[in-house]
Design a binder for this molecule. Structure first.
Ligand SMILES: C=CC1=C(C)c2cc3[nH]c(cc4nc(cc5[nH]c(cc1n2)c(C)c5CCC(=O)O)C(CCC(=O)O)=C4C)c(C)c3C=C
Ligand code: FE2
Ligand code: FE2
Length: 387
């Protein structure tokens, strides 16, 4: 079969407090995170938002020990996966490619070339597909494949999403089950799925399948769990002024409080590792919101991390994908359905020359407004909470 490699894709997180600002700059420089009609505004805006958001974000990272645990957990997952693949007779070298922090996707590809990998399975550590996560990493890789002809020697295959894989569902059900056994009246507990949000326009205008996959995923987890508990799905971590997927986690918590719910079990489902949004946002911020709403007992299921059933499910996905026909970038980033993976090339208001002139003028006005905001510390971005 040649030399097999598995490339695990993930978001990345700042290892230390001083990494927070450059990490945020990388994140906001991504056109899949802030979809602007004019590419040249991306970097100045990323610089501005990262500079102004850094302080608040650093405080949050300070509350969880001064940095993101994401790199260490992803490395532990890679090690466990390598071991499991060896055990089931499919040895492979595992690589980690982060989108916004070390080890970057580019570093992983350099190592894959150096090791002369001939077959590569590209596996995002996001169970559900979103243009803003797996899609963004696929886009970077597709660009690298276009720029570097030597990469065409590697036979690769993508696993776009795997929220419905049996092992993953069993691992999630096992975590929930374990947590419920510690609770006095387990059947009365409200199961509260908290998914990471995306702007509503990603789904409505760009055709992101994320919301559909999240909804299906929660349904399948509940079916696998096979318990009578009531459940809610809500979306967390909204950034900026636009509308995101609803209901928002804070609103759903308040509503449950109003309905008299006293005990909830929160399940983070967009991500398989502990990170700032589980350790800080859920465990600290949303716990407070829930308590204020009258919810007396707030429990959370830990992230999968290196749960053995989960690691085995990743290994099975790798084996299965090596047996099937390869899935290419073309199939995912240029789907037949109307999904807009390349925001700046496809937004309709950049299509005509007149519109482009107006885009340019508006962008210039916007940039001046941003500079004023930066200097004075007052303006619309502060008002809506983006900065
Ligand atoms: C599936 C998970 C995620 C989706 C979807 C997602 C979309 C998304 N995120 C932002 C903005 C930010 N995300 C930040 C951190 C962050 N995001 C995810 C996951 C998803 N994001 C993770 C796992 C992390 C944390 C990594 C870590 O350090 O532990 C941040 C930085 C933190 C902060 O300042 O709050 C921002 C900002 C947008 C705008 C977006 C969709 C468009
Ligand atoms: Fe995020
Ligand atoms: Fe976030």
């Amino acid at each position: 079969m040649g030399r097999v490699g598995v490339l695990l894709l993930n978001l990345g997180g700042p290892d230390r407090i001083e990494d927070v600002r450059p990490f945020l700059f990388n994140l906001f420089s991504d056109p899949e995170i802030i979809r602007l009609p004019v590419p040249w505004l991306q970097k100045p805006l990323a610089w501005l938002i990262s500079s102004l958001r850094a302080k608040k974000s650093q405080e949050n990272y300070q509350q969880i020990g001064g940095g993101s645990p994401l790199r260490k957990i992803t490395e532990a997952q890679a090690e466990a996966l390598e071991k499991r693949l060896e055990e089931i007779g499919q040895p492979a070298q595992i690589y980690i490619g982060m989108r916004y922090w070390h080890p970057f996707t580019e570093e992983a590809i350099a190592r894959i070339k150096r090791d002369q990998i001939t077959k590569l399975v590209i596996l995002p550590l996001y169970p559900q597909f979103s243009i803003s996560t797996s899609g963004s990493s696929f886009r970077v890789l597709e660009e690298m494949w276009k720029q570097d002809p030597s990469l065409s020697q590697i036979e690769y295959t993508l696993i776009p999403s795997w929220y419905n894989s049996l092992g993953y569902l069993q691992a999630m059900a096992d975590l929930i089950h374990q947590e419920l056994t510690e609770i006095a009246n387990p059947d009365q507990v409200e199961i509260f799925f908290s998914a990471h949000g995306v702007p509503q326009s990603y789904v409505d205008e760009a055709g992101d399948p994320y919301q559909k996959e999240i909804e299906e995923c929660t349904r399948l987890i509940m079916k696998t769990l096979n318990r009578p508990n009531p459940y809610t799905l809500a979306y967390q971590s909204r950034v900026g002024p636009v509308e995101w997927l609803k209901p928002y986690t804070e609103d759903a918590l308040k509503e449950l409080g109003e309905q008299g719910v006293k005990e909830i079990l929160v399940i983070p489902i967009s991500f398989v590792s502990e990170h700032i949004e589980t350790l800080q946002e859920i465990d600290i911020e949303y716990r407070e919101v829930a308590e204020e709403a009258g919810i007396e007992d707030f429990h959370r299921v830990p992230a999968l991390n290196t749960h053995p059933i989960f690691i085995d499910s990743l290994a099975q996905l790798v084996v299965q994908s090596l047996q099937e026909n390869p899935c290419t970038f073309e199939q995912i980033t240029h789907p037949k359905k109307n999904m807009k993976m390349y925001p700046q090339e496809r937004w309709e208001w950049g299509m005509t020359s007149a519109a482009e002139v107006w885009n340019g003028r508006l962008a210039m006005l916007g940039f001046i407004a941003l500079m004023i905001e930066l200097i004075t510390g007052h303006g619309p971005l502060h008002l809506v909470g983006l900065l």
